[in-house]
Ligand binder design. Sequence first.
Ligand SMILES: [Zn+2]
Length: 356
Amino acid sequence: MKNSTSLTPEALQDCINLATGLFAPLTGFMKASDYRGVTDKMQLTSGEPWTIPISLDVDPETYRLSQHVPRLYLRYQDREIGFIEIADCYQVDIAADTIKVFNTGDLAHPGVAREHSRQPYRVGGKVVITEPQVQEGALTPEKTRNFFKAQGWKSVAGFQTRNPVHKAHEYLQRVALETCDGLFINPLVGWKKAGDFSETAVVNGYRAMLDEYYCGLRVHLDTLKTPMRYAGPREAIFHAIIRRNLGCSHFIIGRDHAGVGDYYGKYEAHDLARKLMAKHDLGITLLLLKEPFYCHKCEQIVSDNTCAHPHSERESISGTKIRAMLAQDQRPGERLMRKEVADAIISLKQHKFITE
Ligand SMILES: [Zn+2]
């Protein structure tokens, strides 16, 4: 019997991202040594920084077979799309590892719950894709690097998001455009938890923004397919490494990057970024930006760095409030979100959010 495994859409996406160099220096699923280096010390065995484990889980029978053969063939929807050159088979302790990576073992955390739904049996090794069609249209480092080069952009700021653009995002993006040649808006559209904005809502909102406000500016929009992990600080660094691979020179980390609920401190990702930057050359400059808010005295969007008026003058640009208003087909108001962006989302009716 051929040693093979059936891939979930997320595992297939990992294979594509490994094969295209999006996850460089990784070229395959992690071996035990890299996996444990990442969970315990946030670094690969080569010494390079890496914060999120990338591993393939298989059923017990495949795990047993994989210890005796050189290849694990990969199937997606009953088609063979490639194989893994098996370098290692190992078991992980999901409960202990999620506490290390997510800083919590709480099953109410969507990233932790997702890890607990996986098998503890892992197969590591280089991914080889033999069906090029599965990679068609994928976001690749080659594609974005060529684009930035053709535009003549020597410095490019990457912007990660899973939400439609609001005024605080716009502020951060304009700050980046003041100092960088280009801005790469790169919404994540892989697996997200139920209740998050849909890919269409995020992308349509951004198209409206580009048409009406960023038209003629040095702004590039494309989507990134990889699951959200909601791992906060560690995921912020992971997001930065991906954008480095895509050719960005700078990456914006704002308030509670990749966070969910109250699991991470507002600027915990900034703290981890500073710690890692002191130890490693990440190959990308991290722009650690404070949360923008509207100040009634300044009559504009500002941050702690540009406004010291009392908190009573402040109006926060709350993603929760914006979400609740859009859910009821209401424009959140121009201080929070551009009306063209709001309308692009409201027009989607029941397809604004991810349902399960
Ligand atoms: Zn002010």
